[in-house]
Design a protein around this ligand. Structure first.
Ligand SMILES: Cc1cc2nc3c(=O)[nH]c(=O)nc-3n(C[C@H](O)[C@H](O)[C@H](O)COP(=O)(O)OP(=O)(O)OC[C@H]3O[C@@H](n4cnc5c(N)ncnc54)[C@H](O)[C@@H]3O)c2cc1C
Length: 336
């Protein structure tokens, strides 16, 4: 049994910063994440993309932000259970909780802070019968490291920002040797700038744009070698490629947390904005996983929510103590 002051479910940016804020209050944290690495969406979906709205950082790569958050949390020695989804929660007689993972690892704490973001990641997959045979053999649903595609032929499918941005990035920076973008419509849902850029690059022959079409088949001996692309009117063509990257977004799914008796609205956990507490005393929800009037799913909002929630958690753990806010400039960071 792992014992701590606060169990944080989700080691995304919001969960990681909560470790720091908890540390300032002398509270120890243990994080659980179903992914094998910390960083949530920043590490899993867009580690090499720059973020421009983190206060004090005019631009920071998502992966770098995660590295910095890990460094900031390090003095408070957080524990990690990675690669294991939290599946069960049991309230104890004294009001504390035991959280158990899919592999049976048990964690005990008086406070549970859910920072589960979009929940358990599930990419939307195109309905191609043999697609699972080629996963990680040329089919990827997320671009983690663009360098992986250096010198390779890539077919990206989708009509949103991810599909547009990655097509532009891989083609313009001459990372992939060939970039084709397949989309079932002739109009795109992404930002107008990106749409225009894709059309410009297509005109210059830098991106091959295949619209009003869908990938309907994958062929190859043990790995992707070609795709069957079906045009709405003109029939099928074969496109040779090394990679097929359908970027149709992620299915938001709270996963097991949805069955914990928490008040849920639109696939998110309802919270009281005074302290981001849920309907179950002792359980808080911060970051993308929560909802309230005016909610913005932004990293900086999650940082704020965690900071406020931890003040409330401190009062629950130490009802006898009065916490006086101390500036880090005055007190410094006293690690454990
Ligand atoms: C392409 C893209 C670009 C973006 N750009 C920006 C931007 O410029 N600025 C900005 O502020 N925001 C941006 N965002 C949004 C930002 O990434 C999110 O707001 C942020 O990641 C939320 O952090 P989080 O810690 O709440 O959740 P997440 O990052 O989603 O992390 C949640 C973690 O919880 C884990 N988890 C969930 N359920 C369980 C469970 N039951 N057991 C164990 N682990 C669990 C997940 O595996 C995940 O690692 C962008 C998002 C995307 C997809």
């Amino acid at each position: 049994m792992i014992k701590t002051d606060i169990i944080i479910i989700g080691a995304g940016p919001v969960g990681l910063f909560a470790v720091f804020e908890a540390g300032l209050l002398k509270l120890k944290c243990h994080l659980i994440d179903s992914l094998p690495q910390p960083g949530g969406q920043c590490s899993e979906i867009y580690p090499k993309k720059p973020i421009y709205d983190i206060p004090g950082f005019p631009s920071v790569l998502a992966g770098e932000l995660v590295d910095n958050l890990m460094e900031q949390a390090a003095p408070f020695k957080p524990g990690f259970t990675l690669g294991e989804a939290a599946t069960d929660i049991e309230k104890q007689e004294d009001g504390s909780f035991i959280v158990t993972t899919i592999k049976g690892t048990k964690h005990h704490a008086p406070i549970v802070m859910i920072a589960g973001g979009l929940g358990v990641f599930e990419p939307r997959k195109p309905p191609i019968s043999n697609i699972t045979d080629y996963e990680d053999k040329g089919v990827e649903y997320i671009i983690k490291d663009p360098e992986f595609y250096r010198g390779k032929r890539c077919v990206i499918a989708g009509g949103g920002d991810s599909a547009l941005d990655w097509s532009i990035f891989l083609a313009e920076k001459k990372i992939a040797s060939e970039v084709s973008l397949v989309h079932r419509s002739s109009s795109f849902r992404g930002h107008l700038d990106s749409v225009q850029k894709v059309f410009d690059l297509a005109e210059k022959g830098i991106i091959r744009l295949i619209t009003e079409s869908e990938v309907v088949g994958i062929e190859g001996n043990g790995k992707v070698e070609s795709l069957t692309v079906k045009h709405q009117k003109e029939g099928e063509q074969s496109v040779e490629t090394d990679h097929f990257i359908p970027l149709f977004g992620l299915k938001p799914s709270l996963g097991p947390i949805a069955n914990w008796g928490l008040e849920i609205e639109k696939n998110a956990i309802k919270v009281d904005t005074r302290d981001y507490s849920t309907n179950i005393p002792g359980i808080y929800a911060i970051g993308d996983v929560n909802t309230y009037e005016g909610k913005l799913k932004l990293i900086l909002c999650g940082f704020h929510e965690g900071t406020i929630a931890l003040q409330s958690a401190f009062a629950r753990i130490h009802p006898e103590k009065k916490n006086i806010l101390k500036y880090t400039t005055v007190n410094g960071v006293q690690g454990f």
